[in-house]
Design a protein around this ligand. Sequence first.
Ligand code: PGA
Length: 242
Amino acid sequence: MKIIRAKDYKDMSRKAANIISAQVIMKPACVLGLATGGTPVGTYAQLIDWYNKGDLDFSEVTTVNLDEYRGLPRTHEQSYWYFMQKNLFEHVNVRPDHIHVPDGSNPDAEAACREYDQIIRDVGGIDLQLLGIGIDGHIGFNEPGEAFELGTHCVDLTESTIEANKRFFDGNEALVPRQAYTMGIKTIMQARKVLMVANGANKAEIIKKAFFGPVTPELPASILQMHPDFILVGDEEALSLV
Ligand code: PGA
């Protein structure tokens, strides 16, 4: 595990974007595992900036996103597909047929998840997986108590996650989907490199517990201690207790 300290959110975003950028330069036809949430937005903005300056080329890159709400079509403004279009894909030259997000509109959870695992296998596995961390220690939508050995699967979101996400649904908890399709911990652990971004004082406690405490399914991110190439880029506040 490697911890990289950043001054603030902007610095964290630049450092994380540098690592992703290095991956794309070293292997132009790489597979990037991408994440939604507030934390990676600055990282994507930095990548877009470097793309606009001619320093980055995504034409051979394949992307696989971590998760998607079950029941939201791609056109829904809160779907993770839509988030990725707005925050990255529309602004760079990733080929549309190289973009993969679990199919939230497929009500058949088993089929949707099986198909997604097949896609990840077909593209040759993930070279670099970008992750945020939930305040309860979730990664993707793998909530506390989730088995470590799962591939893509359907999960019930915890109250804490629903509460944290309602800000994206006009603050109305009733509108937040109750389930999601997510890569499992096994899928994430099979990525050749894992890059986590974390910022803000509200992440400090969970960062300390996840990476300086026992590895336990009760804290899904803790398994990353065992990953052979795990990098955590955090700002001063998020790393204030470690
Ligand atoms: P955030 O979400 O980046 O919006 O804090 C992180 C997560 O829940 O994985």
